[in-house]
Design a protein. Structure first.
Length: 275
């Protein structure tokens, strides 16, 4: 069975494309597991220094595939292939979620390379959270974000109740999750969920430009910066300052840091190599 996820690495930028446009790129279990594998590999691969995640067609990702199986987190419709029978659904949900959607979101959050979401269309449920887990989010003007769970009588999963309050605060997060209304790209930018709204026909080019800049940057410093920012949301000041000092100590041993300092003194333009 074809896994609808394509990827390529060019000029140290990995581009991952969800390629199931007829289903708005809803994630099958195979596609979910492939994404986890790719992000884990990118994190460790010195030849990858930035990642772009996008989709084909009208959707970025419509969430878990509820029609064809258990999907990426939320249990599938009982009776469909690969779905536990009704009497087992409740006991299986927690396990499926931990091994599926939560692993995927964790793989993106833990990736040591900067990840850009280029949201080309609808991002719903798991798909919205997949975008929000990325470090930077570019959204096409036609994109929209939907906390769809309440429409199905479900609790948000895929890390949504962890991610959204940290991005926009608890009251805004509850509003989105309680009502499940579609959020336009412009409104998502206003709330701080999106870095930039881009014309549809310029999204890919802009994402490529941002990724190229990141791929030419000091890769280890960016990884440590990502770690510091993310962990600061759960740290007190003393712990955050200690982590900052430790990160600076580690980074000063890298060739890129030495290159940056040397070029500052000599007034040259540094060439960072990700080492």
């Amino acid at each position: 069975m074809r896994i609808p996820v394509r990827h390529q690495v060019s000029d140290q930028v990995a581009t991952v494309v969800l390629d199931r446009p007829e289903a708005l790129n809803a994630l099958t279990p195979g596609a979910r597991d492939r994404l986890i594998e790719l992000f884990t590999d990118f994190s460790a691969d010195p030849e990858v220094r930035a990642v772009v995640l996008t989709g084909t067609g009208r959707g970025f990702c419509a969430g878990a595939d509820l029609r064809g199986g258990t999907g990426a987190g939320t249990p599938g419709t009982p009776g469909t292939p690969d779905t536990p029978p009704p009497e087992r659904v409740v006991g299986d949900v927690s396990r499926v979620l931990r091994r599926g959607a939560q692993r995927l979101i964790g793989a993106v959050l833990d990736c040591e390379k900067p990840v850009i979401a280029a949201v080309n269309g609808t991002a719903a449920g798991l798909g919205a959270h997949l975008a929000f887990a990325c470090d930077l989010v570019l959204a096409a003007e036609s994109a929209r974000f939907i906390e769809v769970f309440v429409r199905r009588g479900l609790v948000p999963d895929a890390g949504g109740a962890y991610l959204l309050p940290r991005l926009i605060g608890p009251r805004r997060a509850k509003e989105l999750m309680f009502f499940g209304d579609a959020l336009s790209a412009a409104d998502a930018e206003r709330l701080g969920l999106v870095n930039r709204v881009i014309a549809d026909d310029e999204l890919a080019a802009t994402a490529g430009q941002w990724a190229a800049r990141l791929a030419s940057g000091p890769t280890r410093a960016l990884a440590l910066t990502k770690q510091l920012v993310d962990s600061s949301l759960e740290s007190d000041r003393a712990a955050a300052f200690a982590a900052e000092a430790a990160a600076q100590e580690l980074n000063m041993a890298t060739r890129d840091a030495q290159e940056g300092i040397r070029c500052f003194v000599t007034r040259e333009t540094p060439r960072f190599r990700g080492r």
